[in-house]
Design a protein around this ligand. Structure first.
Ligand SMILES: [Zn+2]
Length: 358
């Protein structure tokens, strides 16, 4: 992976693994933390990267996991801004992430950890894709799963729904991806007016911050601005990348269904994936912790809904729901106080689940 941007935490990385998925995409895993102990695969959201879990300027989740004896595995799946696929790769949907990326990453980790327990902590689109892999039966035997923001039942605000629709239908033919870094858009280009419109909300003078805070103009805040460390704020352009418009129709379909659904219904290559993940929730064979900030504007109360639906329809699944007061969405991981306010809930869940496995 020579094109991975170097990161400040590189000295903490014990091992870097480059691997190729069954459909020929080159991805990367980095191991951080103790040489032994239960393993935790961390799955980032779309348009960011595994760096969201490893910010050196805060006490990040890999630091907290390491202190609790857990080994972190940072995955960069094909939607990572540390990889080239969003801007120059062939179009893909979240079906590809569920079918190819996550099972390949888990296989790579299992080959190295043997029988040690493997947990997954996933954020946003990473958690959506994880739910599709799990309900396809592609990730059996995980020790436990933490899904932040959303899992099986995506739900967005009406204004975000309209924007997703506009993004996918009006812009799709003209623009391949939505940039987050204003410096790449330029002061005057055919796209400047569009980007100015997308980033008009918010009070921060930094246009890149306004752009990403409001989710590439989709109308929902991605994080609570005041929860960021100033050093994180100053490098938002580095932490966020482009969003390919090719994923928007899939996202819109899931949002309309309020369920994770397969996009490629007429393509046999994807036959392993369920058409509706919620209908195959019985394939979930491990405890699940659903997390969400009480101010999550990106997915509203999707995870509360998921908790209610699973409790009702699949009472045999061990599912819990924890709401983090005053937090939004991405700040549950990149917020300067997340170690105090959020990560303890994750460690408690992993500890309790590990104790039951022992
Ligand atoms: Zn700002």
């Amino acid at each position: 992976m020579t094109d991975l941007r170097s990161i400040a935490t590189e000295s903490d990385v014990a091992e870097v693994i480059s691997f190729r998925t069954a459909d020929g995409v080159d991805l990367a895993l980095r191991r951080v933390g103790p040489a032994d102990g239960p393993a935790v695969l961390l799955v980032h959201g779309h348009g960011v990267s595994s760096e969201m879990f490893a910010l050196p300027e805060i006490r990040n989740v890999t630091d907290v996991l390491a202190d609790a004896g857990y080994q972190s595995w940072l995955l960069d799946w094909r939607g990572s801004c540390r990889l080239p696929y969003n801007e120059s790769g062939p179009p893909y949907t979240f079906d590809d992430v569920a079918l190819y990326d996550l099972p390949a990453a888990v296989a790579q980790i299992r080959a190295r950890i043997g029988d040690r327990p493997l947990f997954v902590v996933a954020h946003c689109i990473g958690a959506l894709a994880l739910s599709l892999s799990m309900t396809a039966g592609l990730l059996p035997g995980l020790a436990g799963v933490v899904a932040q923001g959303v899992f099986l039942t995506p739900k967005v605000s009406t204004s975000a729904r309209v924007r997703v629709l506009l993004g996918s239908e009006l812009l799709g033919s003209r623009v391949g991806h939505i940039e987050s870094d204003f410096r790449k858009v330029g002061l005057w280009s055919r796209r400047t007016l569009l980007y100015a419109a997308l980033s008009r909300k918010g009070d921060c003078p930094d246009p890149t911050c306004r752009m990403v805070q409001h989710g590439w103009g989709m109308g929902a805040k991605l994080f609570e601005h005041d929860h960021l460390d100033s050093r994180t704020h100053d490098r938002l352009a580095e932490l966020f990348g482009a969003i390919p418009l090719s994923v928007l129709p899939h996202l819109r379909q899931m949002e309309l269904a309020h369920a994770v659904v397969r996009w490629n219904v007429d393509d046999d290559r994807y036959a392993a994936l369920p058409e509706n993940a919620l209908d195959h929730a019985d394939r979930i064979d491990c405890p699940v912790l659903l997390l969400a900030g009480s101010r999550n504007e990106a997915w509203l109360d999707s995870n509360k809904l998921c908790y209610e639906v699973l409790s009702e329809r699949n009472p045999s699944i061990d599912v819990r729901y924890t709401e983090i007061p005053s937090y939004g969405h991405l700040d549950t991981f990149i917020g300067r106080g997340a170690a105090l306010d959020v990560f303890g809930h994750i460690v408690d869940f992993l500890d309790e689940t590990s104790a039951r496995l022992a």
